[in-house]
Design a protein around this ligand. Structure first.
Ligand code: NAD
Length: 258
């Protein structure tokens, strides 16, 4: 199926590695130019070189996703550099760990999780919307998680609350901007083989692999294919949706001492 995305410009937060880089590469393969945001300048520069191999334009915009002034400045820089902005993928994130029972949760751990995931999704969307859509087309794709759609495990309340907030934000923003041609959706991946879960022990990996009906983890490229479809005109009537990509399993049993 032809995606008709050639010439579009996408901004991917946390695009230097993992899911974000796979999303950027999938779009670049369809002829989309890519603005890579990340806090890791070296990895962002390396990602830009990989993306250019697809024959598209790419550039890095390094900042903390949750810093208001940096977000505003970088979205303007993206629009100046590429002349347009069509697709925003709010992907940057940090993992569940260190995990804490609510009773032991330091407020700093709670706030960091909300800032990197929720505050950033709001800030990038707010900055990007006025620049999107002169031709009646725009896409915002946020990143929730099976940890929210499945309920989440003990110790992960900071992460699950953030991913739940992103789902709620997505549903409301979708209604606010639909009349201008922008759709807003979130993806809710199951466990994906990236550095985010690199610290999982063999036992934990066995749980997420063996309890999944597919008996495997998700590949980042499968997320790339999903966001490419959601970015295309074929998905124009999918709006305000939380799209699970989890192999058919949302809740895992972690054992009695989880
Ligand atoms: P990853 O660690 O491989 O990549 C995350 C990227 O975000 C990194 O390049 C990192 O430098 C960047 N980043 C982190 N904090 C940042 C900040 N403050 N400012 C700018 N950039 C920052 O992780 P991933 O697995 O690719 O995760 C991407 C997204 O997918 C996250 O939102 C994550 O919560 C979500 N997710 C991941 C999984 C999984 O199993 N890997 C499952 C569900 C959802």
């Amino acid at each position: 199926m032809e995606m008709h995305l050639k010439g579009r410009v996408a901004l991917v937060t946390g695009g230097a590695r993992g899911i974000g880089l796979a999303e950027a590469a999938a779009l670049a393969a369809e002829g989309v130019s890519i603005a890579v945001n990340d806090i890791d300048a070296e990895a962002a520069a390396a990602a830009v070189e990989k993306l250019k191999d697809f024959g598209v334009d790419a550039a890095a915009f390094v900042c903390d996703v949750s810093d208001e002034d940096s977000v505003k400045a970088n979205v303007l820089k993206v629009a100046q550099r590429f002349g347009r902005l069509d697709i925003l993928i709010n992907n940057a994130g940090i993992g569940v760990r260190p995990s804490f029972a609510v009773a032991d949760m330091p407020v700093e751990a709670w706030d960091l999780m909300q800032h990197v995931h929720v505050r950033s999704t709001f800030l990038w969307s707010r900055a990007a919307i006025p620049l999107m859509c002169p031709g009646g087309y725009g896409r915002i794709i946020n990143t929730s998680s099976v940890n929210y759609t499945g309920g989440g495990r003990p110790g992960a309340s900071h992460y699950v609350a953030a991913k739940a907030a992103i789902a709620g934000f997505t549903r409301v923003l979708a209604k606010e901007v639909a009349s201008s041609g922008i759709t807003v959706n979130a993806i809710a991946p199951g466990y994906v083989a990236t550095s985010l879960i690199a610290g999982f022990s063999e036992d934990m990996l066995a749980i997420v692999r063996d309890q999944n009906p597919t008996r495997r983890l998700c590949a980042p490229e499968e997320i790339g294919a999903l966001v490419t479809f959601l970015s295309s005109r074929h998905a124009g009537f999918i709006n305000g949706e939380i799209v699970c990509i989890d192999g058919g399993r949302r809740e895992y049993y972690w054992g009695d001492d989880a």
